[in-house]
Design a protein around this ligand. Structure first.
Ligand SMILES: *Cc1c(COP(=O)(O)O)cnc(C)c1O
Length: 388
């Protein structure tokens, strides 16, 4: 028998990183020593105190049952307290916080709660692929807001086509940004709140990288702005901050009605994050944050090695203030695909082509700082030999 997949899947491109993994494995088969700067997955282990907490929590039979749909109330309280301490944002844990099985899960399910067929979702391009695909799966129409270098990779809200804006229900922002590594200040968030009020939009803020920042910079939360909680929901993740990508733990905070809508979808689909993982998450959020400081120091050093190296090759890269990505313009005359393929085939370096994150990413390549300084220096040296 042959099985025809549903229309919603036929409308989706193959998941970007699955395709890159395939190309990488092909080159590796030829015996090439691969330096993988492709996927944004930390190479460091989860801090030991968090692992210990998981172990003890897993031994307690009380954690072996179905979790509560919205998450463990103590996890939500600690997440709210963390938001208060970190951003000065007050949240009511029982109504304005929900536990997620990773923030990708929440971002992917959110449109199912608010998007009807024909509704437009304004999303950034280039971007994390989930915004586009989750809109399609909900039957909505994704409309890209190009992030351009001359605008500091912030969307130009005034440039959104009027007819699309009239049908828009959601606008998605993501700062510190993946893949451009751009950051946004409170001025931008104020504009977004005003824009959302003017056009009746829900604001989705993906804040996965607020803790991964350098040179003493502390990225703000969208919710710090007056009126943000009336229009928006923010998605947060423990994945990057505590090297917990495999654990699947995040949370969403903000407008109680929006949190409840997401919760209604989730209650029909999943049964929540394992309580023991949530207890370990509490440990991560409440214990001494020295591990976060060392994470920042580690990536800052790596960033400096790679940025200096790429500049030495004549590439005009900016040192990112946040995230563990370097968004690098391609050498003259090479497209994103050309550049990525050449450095993979001829130097064994895996990167992500900018256009893989959306059309507006053409002309750039994303390097993830997921190997040590010596390997980054070697990557630069190998690239230098190609004479690009
Ligand atoms: C890594 C990442 C996330 C976090 O995903 P989790 O599901 O929490 O692991 C969310 N948004 C962006 C843009 C990311 O790069």
């Amino acid at each position: 028998m042959s099985f025809q997949r549903a229309q919603r899947l036929l409308k989706l491109p193959p998941y970007l990183f699955k395709e890159i993994d395939r190309l990488r494995d092909e080159v590796r088969q030829r015996g090439v020593d691969i330096i993988d700067l492709g996927v944004g997955d930390p190479d460091q282990p989860t801090p030991n105190h968090v692992i210990e907490r998981l172990c003890s929590a897993a031994k307690d039979p009380a954690t072996h049952k179905y979790p509560a749909y919205s998450g463990l109330s103590t996890f939500r309280e600690k997440a709210a307290a963390w938001y208060g301490k970190r951003f000065g944002v007050k949240l009511e844990a029982s109504k304005e916080v929900i536990t997620l099985i990773g923030s990708k899960e929440g971002l992917a399910h959110f449109p199912l709660a608010y998007i009807n067929p024909g509704d437009v979702v304004l999303y950034p391009s280039p971007a994390y692929p989930v915004y586009f695909s989750s809109t399609i799966m909900a039957g909505g129409e994704p409309v890209a807001m190009p992030l351009l270098r001359q605008n500091g990779f912030l969307p130009d809200l005034g440039a959104i086509p009027r007819d699309k804006l009239a049908k828009a229900k959601v606008i998605i922002v993501n700062y510190p940004n993946n893949p451009t590594a751009a950051v946004a200040g409170l001025d931008f968030y104020k504009d977004v709140v005003e824009f959302a009020n003017a056009h009746g939009l829900i604001v989705v803020s993906d804040a996965a990288y607020t803790e991964m920042a350098y040179d003493g910079y502390n990225p703000p939360s969208f919710l710090e702005v007056d009126g943000a909680k009336e229009v928006g929901i923010e998605f947060h993740s423990l994945s990057k901050t505590y090297n917990m990508t495999g654990w699947r733990l995040g949370f969403a905070v903000g407008n109680a009605e929006l949190v409840a809508g997401l919760g209604q979808v989730k209650s029909q689909i999943d049964s929540g994050a394992f309580d023991a993982v949530q207890l370990a998450g509490i440990e991560a959020l409440t214990a001494d944050q020295a591990c976060v400081a060392s994470m920042r120091a580690l990536y800052q050093e790596r960033r400096d090695v790679l940025v200096e190296g790429l500049r030495g090759l004549g590439l005009e890269v900016e040192p990112p203030k946040a995230t563990f990505y370097v968004w690098c313009p391609c050498p003259k005359g090479l497209s994103s695909a050309d550049f990525t393929k050449r450095i993979l085939n001829e130097a064994g370096i895996v990167t992500t082509p900018g256009n893989g994150f959306g059309e507006a990413g053409e002309g750039f390549v994303r390097f993830a700082l997921t190997v040590d300084k010596a390997r980054l220096a070697e990557a630069v040296e190998r690239m230098g030999k190609l004479g690009l």
